[in-house]
Write a protein of this length. Structure first.
Lengths: 156, 358
């Protein structure tokens, strides 16, 4: 009985090792199976919902939907967003709150998406950009609103 | 026909014409030393690159592909880096042994090169006890490893060295028994005679099932003897950081690294010589047209082809199997390989006495 089990052990071991070796040989002779993405040469496929950085969306008239309500600034858990507001004078002479600078600290942002969820007018969204390395840390503090942009009419 | 044997003879005659016999011998020794060292350097570069490429393909990766075409100069760059790197010596090491150990391991590998026949008549030293010499000298390398582990004054190094000692001493036995199988079949301890006895077919084919079992055991045991995965208990990077060479850096580490690959080459060369006919072309029977076609391929190509095939098999093992625990390792040797090789030796003897081999 012992001897039978012994021989069974040996053959079972040889068989299971052979299965493993067949699998590695399968991959060895098939270079097409290689899944490595050679990043700088070929750009990787980024998932649609990948959260790379916060952007303020501008349309072709250089208008955005940010009313300067600072809901995103309040929602941000670590103070990555700072909104500087100003008062625009409308043609009718009424004062209207608007953003002067949308300051975004990319170096502090944890990409938690809470600001995007808090925004009542869907003015900001998460972009899939991921190449954020810079030589100067100050470059990571961004001004999101374009120069001369203004709030889209009708957005309250 | 052009052959290495001719070149060797002509060089010998030429040197003896030009100089006195003693000087000619000295020059020949220098030429041989240069050839051996350059072979080692090339082997180190080629085998490390081969290992990295084989491993990457088996793991569905690309491997080194930046330095030179297809990453061919990656190991050259690595070597330059290792040469210019500082060789650190930790504070409380046993300095003499610490510095001696890598050279000892390397020297053992170099001595093992002596009786290897690379081609017909292209052999440093055709000693009449070649097989015995190889199996005797190869067990000295464990002293170098133990020396490195002990002198490093580091628990990981010592553990790795002790494991390696237990492992090499155990696996020498079954490696020796499987070598003995071929010695029994061919009836000689000389490498050149063993190769000549395979002129009408390799022992792997001629010796029936016992020769195949001996070959498998030899491959397993030599994988263990060279401390390679799945038997790399001496290094076991996930348990012992790097085992016996934890404290080594720079060129001394590179020597250990090189010695590992040279040892792999040497055991594979011995396996190829004993079981696959060394430089002997693939022959079936005698005097067939197939044999004549095979004879046109030079012996050195056959030798390196077979050796590199076996090296590939060892790399294949390494990148397929997980590492064994030390108790599993010793179980495998003492409960399985050793009894099987003993019974196999008996079978081989029966086959040899009855003349059942071809």
């Amino acid at each position: 009985m012992f001897l039978i089990n012994y021989i069974k052990d040996v053959f079972g071991a040889v068989k299971s090792l052979a299965i493993g070796m067949r699998r590695t040989l399968f991959y060895f002779v098939r270079p097409k199976e290689i899944i490595t993405q050679q990043y700088p040469d070929e750009m990787p496929v980024i998932a649609e919902r990948f959260r790379g950085e916060v952007v303020l969306m501008h349309d072709e008239n250089n208008e955005h939907a940010c009313t300067g309500c600072t809901a995103c600034e309040l929602a941000c858990p670590n103070g990555s967003i700072k909104i500087v507001t100003k008062f625009d004078i409308s043609p009718e002479g009424k004062k209207k709150k608007a953003i002067d600078t949308f300051v975004y600290h990319l170096e502090m942002c944890t990409m938690c998406n809470l600001c995007v969820e808090a925004c009542p007018t869907s003015a900001i969204k998460m972009d899939t950009a991921y190449e954020h390395s810079v030589f100067d840390r100050n470059k990571l503090t961004k001004k999101l609103n374009n120069e001369g942009s203004k709030v889209r009419s009708g957005v309250e | 026909m052009w052959s290495l044997n001719e070149i060797v003879k002509r060089t010998d005659v030429k040197l003896n014409e030009m100089f006195s016999p003693a000087m000619a011998f000295l020059f020949e020794a220098i030429i041989v030393a240069l050839l051996a060292i350059s072979l080692f350097a090339i082997l180190g570069l080629v085998l490390v690159l081969m290992e990295r490429k084989v491993s990457s393909f088996m793991q569905v990766r690309l491997g080194p592909n930046r330095v030179g075409p297809k990453g061919m100069f990656q190991t050259v760059a690595d070597t330059i880096k290792l040469i210019v790197k500082e060789g650190m010596t930790p504070n409380n090491v046993d300095r003499f042994l610490f510095h001696l150990a890598p050279f000892l391991v390397m020297i053992v590998a170099m001595i093992l090169l002596a009786p290897l026949p690379f081609a017909n008549g292209f052999q440093i030293w055709d000693v009449n006890i070649g097989v015995l010499f190889v199996s005797a000298v190869s067990s000295v390398s464990v002293i170098g490893i133990l020396m490195a582990g002990w002198s490093s004054n580091n628990k990981y190094s010592l553990l790795g060295a002790m494991r390696s000692g237990a492992q090499i001493v155990s696996y020498e036995l079954s490696a020796g028994f499987s070598i003995l199988a071929i010695v029994i079949l061919s009836g000689s301890l000389t490498f050149s005679d063993i190769i000549q006895s395979q002129a009408n077919g390799w022992w792997l084919f001629k010796g029936h099932i016992p020769a195949i079992i001996a070959f498998v055991i030899f491959i397993i045991a030599s994988t263990a003897e060279t401390n390679r995965a799945p038997f790399d208990m001496a290094e076991a990077e996930s348990e012992l950081t790097a085992g016996f060479h934890t404290e080594y850096s720079g060129m001394k580490f590179a020597l250990f690294f090189l010695a590992e690959y040279v040892n792999v080459f040497i055991v594979c060369a011995i396996g190829a010589t004993l079981f696959l006919g060394g430089w002997m072309p693939l022959h079936f029977g005698s005097n067939t047209s197939f044999n004549h076609v095979m004879d046109y391929i030079p012996g050195i190509v056959w030798f390196f082809g077979k050796t590199f095939f076996l090296i590939f098999v060892m790399m294949w093992f390494r990148w397929t199997f997980p590492r064994l625990r030390i108790d599993q390792l010793l179980n495998l040797e003492w409960k399985y390989l050793l009894p099987i090789s003993l019974i196999n030796l008996l079978l081989v003897t029966v086959v040899a006495i009855s003349g059942w081999h071809f």
